[in-house]
Design a protein around this ligand. Structure first.
Ligand SMILES: O=C(O)C1=C[C@@H](OP(=O)(O)O)[C@@H](O)[C@H](O)C1
Ligand SMILES: C=C(OP(=O)(O)O)C(=O)O
Length: 446
């Protein structure tokens, strides 16, 4: 079993008085994983500031070391990576254990799949349930092979990378930045052009960061909402400076808490505003959220903004399926906001939520029921009957899922009887300072 099997740590949140203060979410998780991996594939030194030092990214740092990079922490969130260059990976003599991290495991499968080395991938009980066929299928087309895998194409699995990587044109079967990124990262070591077509645009951090390190990447629109991304193989990636802005998926928790707890007034600093990541903000504004954009700027090649958020009267809305890729990790906390809104919120097209760290569709519906909120699943839609308030008082089962834990603790801050979660240990995968940050705003959580 993975070394990451953790001891459950129950936690609870009490109904809170007004939340007040100024906070900054940790560095973006998607960018932090990519900085480690692209740093590994670059020649020379990559210097990262603002890196998320959560368990998910630390697992990626360990894997980058096992594949030949020199990885060093030089300060808080400040890391130096001396890479080996595309084509220069070493065969690891240890299992690459990604713990709870789907992004780490799947993107690194792309890196390994494009190189003539063999590596074994594993993770915790949650990662072992997640589908890897979606990554392995295109990698097999590119010349990689699966030596061994658990039933249904799952971890633990052993991947033998391509001897000579074949550039392909690949249309992703679902909107997924992890699939797109795995193919592009494998394509780095292929001669010629590797193309990924996606019908719905997913987060584009891999494309942006590869370009920043010197790769040639062409992005064209495809259909109404999609993109066609073409990478030219065998680039000389050059070690670079990477500034990681604050993660909008983590900022979402204090932000929604401020909207729901009466009298709150909170400033959330330096949040990344990549248009493919801020579907939650658009949705909350439609619901009537009082969010003021104080400062707009740029960091790490991304737009950023500081947001002032005040407690608001929210109204239920209909969230279209096309918005899902831009807020895919934010549905648990949106469902909590919907519980305190007035009227029904329908969130459409959420099939991908079933294959996250937990089946988030079921975990959210069950947690809401435990809190006395009326919600139901219809096909791939989640419908929450907002009554302007929630009783709370129950215990949400978190199934090794950090976002379920944080979402229901936020619910507890606004619910009459507070709320418990059966385990908060996994919060350390993406937001290690969640509890002290929420406490600094006046929340009683722990
Ligand atoms: O590429 C990434 O960094 C991520 C992509 C998304 O997954 P999918 O690609 O499965 O949609 C998201 O849920 C995950 O938290 C991070
Ligand atoms: C889905 C998530 O991450 P991953 O796929 O990297 O485990 C998440 O952080 O919500």
């Amino acid at each position: 079993m993975s070394a990451h099997a953790s001891i459950p740590r129950p936690a609870a949140a009490r109904r809170s008085g007004p939340l007040r203060g100024r906070v900054r979410a940790p560095g973006d998780k998607s960018m932090s994983h990519r900085a480690m991996m692209i740093g590994l594939l670059a020649v020379g030194e990559t210097h990262v500031t603002g890196l998320l030092e959560g368990e998910d990214v630390l697992a990626t740092a360990k894997a980058a070391r096992a594949l030949g990079a020199h990885v060093e922490r030089v300060g808080e969130g400040e890391w130096r990576i001396r890479g080996v260059g595309v084509g220069g990976l070493a065969e690891p003599d240890e299992i690459l254990d990604f713990g709870n991290a789907g992004t780490g495991a799947r993107l690194m499968m792309g890196v390994v799949g494009g190189h003539p080395i063999t590596a074994r991938f594993d993770g915790d009980a949650s990662l072992r349930k997640r589908p890897m066929r979606r990554i392995l299928d295109p990698l097999i087309e590119m010349g990689a092979s699966v030596v061994e895998e658990a039933a249904g194409g799952r971890c633990p699995l052993t991947l033998a990378g391509a001897r000579e990587t074949i550039p392909i044109v690949y249309e992703t079967p679902v909107a997924s930045a992890q699939i797109k990124s795995a193919v592009l990262l494998a394509g780095l070591n292929a001669p010629g052009a590797t193309t990924v077509i996606e019908r719905e645009a997913s987060r584009d951090h891999t494309e942006r960061m590869l370009r920043h390190f010197g790769a040639t990447i062409d992005v064209e629109p495809f259909g109404a909402h999609g993109r066609r991304v073409t990478l030219i193989g065998h680039p000389e990636l050059e070690g670079s400076r990477v500034v990681v802005p604050a993660d909008p998926s983590s900022a979402a928790f204090p932000l929604v808490a401020a909207l729901l707890v009466p009298g709150s007034d909170v400033v959330v600093e330096g949040m990344m505003m990549n248009p493919l990541r801020i579907g939650l903000i658009d949705t909350l504004l439609e619901m009537g959220a009082d969010i003021e954009f104080l400062d707009r700027g740029q960091a790490g090649g991304e737009d950023i903004a500081t947001l002032r958020v005040r407690a608001s009267r929210l109204t239920g809305v209909d969230v279209p399926a096309a918005r899902a890729p831009s807020m895919i990790d934010e549905y648990p906390i949106l469902a909590v906001a919907a519980a305190f809104a007035h009227g029904e919120t329908r969130m459409r097209g959420l099939s991908e939520l079933r294959v996250k760290e937990s089946d988030r569709l079921a975990a959210v519906a069950d947690g809401l029921a435990a809190a006395g909120v009326v919600a139901r699943i219809e096909g791939d839609d989640l419908i929450v009957d907002g009554r302007g308030a929630a009783r709370g008082g129950g215990i949400a089962a978190t199934h090794l899922d950090h976002r379920i834990a944080m979402a229901f603790l936020v619910l507890g801050l606004a619910a009459e009887a507070g709320m418990g979660v059966d385990d908060s240990a996994m919060i350390a995968t993406s937001f290690p300072a969640f509890m002290p940050l929420m406490s600094s705003l006046g929340a009683e959580v722990g």
